[in-house]
Design a protein around this ligand. Structure first.
Ligand code: NAP
Length: 330
């Protein structure tokens, strides 16, 4: 039975990946941070086969201890401060966890190492936010980085650290440059989920409007369930490498609003949407669209869920959850 260790197992991707690896027959271990983390019970109930281990990406000795204890075949480093807006307000913490956390996890893998015949394989969750003020469209593995947030800068550090450990120590370390991916498990702070949840609440009469920032930025949005499979596929290759994972389509936040409000039966959303400069980023990323040709050709990976299907999946889930919560408030 193969053994996988996931950092960030309480996050959107960690939950999908733990589920996927369990169905692939893996014994899955998830790193949980903090004392009495409130999300432990939720992930344990969702996936009873998952084993939780205590550690923190800020604490190298905890990571070494976990890698020694778990003896994983594969490590998926998904833990991060991942919300770009927060990274502007907590830049140092973002560099510490999203950036240096990668170095610490790789150090733990290098030091413990795995067996000679079975060295530990490593996946790093890189991001399209590294492209930032894009130098070319669409973006590929060769596109230069120009990050526009402390989050993007920290991810560039993590990305190059992964590349360096691959080249310097021969570690099977791969980096997935994933474009935005969403789903019903997306945090409510992210714009897609904020929109689908607010539209569901407006439909149910629980909320009057929604306050957003800039509506013009365009993103290449896919479904998280499709994207975690690409992470696993990368670690099954003979050689480690970097891969762009994206749908190849881009949509603005206005288009997201069009689709979500149409699902709720409203053709004109302008009366429901307010804009507030507090939600603008100090430096924005205007357009992201990825070219995942390499992943398609080398991994055989293709996204299955379209943008419209994704928004519908999220809206339907929010409608169900919010109506249940309204019926049983406690
Ligand atoms: P997420 O939902 O925000 O989850 C972040 C995870 O990181 C949570 O499990 C969180 O644990 C954990 N974490 C935070 N600080 C930590 C620390 N000090 N030590 C250990 N774990 C810590 O993120 P996601 O959407 O699943 O994304 C997964 C990864 O992919 C992240 O690295 C993200 O930056 C990257 N990524 C995401 C996207 C996307 O569109 N979703 C795109 C590209 C790259 P708690 O629950 O305890 O806070």
């Amino acid at each position: 039975m193969k053994r996988a260790l996931i950092t960030g197992v309480t996050g959107q991707d960690g939950r999908h990946l733990a589920e996927f690896l369990t169905t692939q027959g893996y014994q899955v271990f998830g790193l949980i941070r903090g004392q009495n983390n409130p999300k432990s019970a939720m992930v344990a109930a969702e996936n009873p086969a998952l084993e939780l281990v205590d550690g923190d990406l800020r604490d190298l000795s905890s990571l070494i201890g976990i890698v020694e204890q778990v003896q994983p075949d594969e490590v998926y480093n998904l833990g991060a401060i991942s919300f770009v807006q927060l990274s502007f307000k907590q830049a140092e913490l973002t560099a510490e966890i999203t950036g240096l956390g990668v170095l610490r996890m790789l150090e733990a893998v290098r030091i413990v190492g795995g067996t000679q015949n079975n060295p530990i394989r490593f996946y790093q969750a890189s991001s399209s936010e590294m492209f930032g003020k894009v130098r070319e469209t669409p973006q590929t593995e060769q596109t230069p980085f120009h990050p526009r947030s402390p989050y993007g800068v920290a991810k560039v550090f993590g990305h190059y650290t992964t590349l360096n450990y691959r080249e310097a120590y021969g570690i099977h370390a791969s980096s997935g440059i994933l474009f935005n991916h969403e789903g019903p498990r997306r945090g409510l702070e992210f714009v897609t989920r904020k929109v689908t949840n607010s539209v569901a609440r407006i439909k149910l009469g629980l909320q009057n409007n929604i306050t957003l920032g800039d509506l013009d930025p365009k993103r290449d949005w896919g479904y998280a369930g499709d994207y975690v499979k690409a992470m696993w596929m990368m670690l099954q290759q003979d050689e480690p490498d970097d891969y762009v994972i994206s749908t190849g389509e881009t949509h603005s936040i206005r288009e997201l609003l069009d689709v979500a409000f149409r699902l709720a039966g409203y053709d004109d959303w302008t009366r429901f949407v307010k804009q507030d400069p507090r939600f603008y980023r100090p430096s924005e990323v205007n357009l992201l669209i990825g070219d995942a040709t390499k992943a398609r050709e080398k991994l055989g990976w293709v996204p299955k869920v379209s943008f419209e299907e994704l928004v519908a999946m999220m809206y339907e889930n929010d409608l169900k959850e919010e109506s249940e919560r309204a019926r049983h408030p406690h």
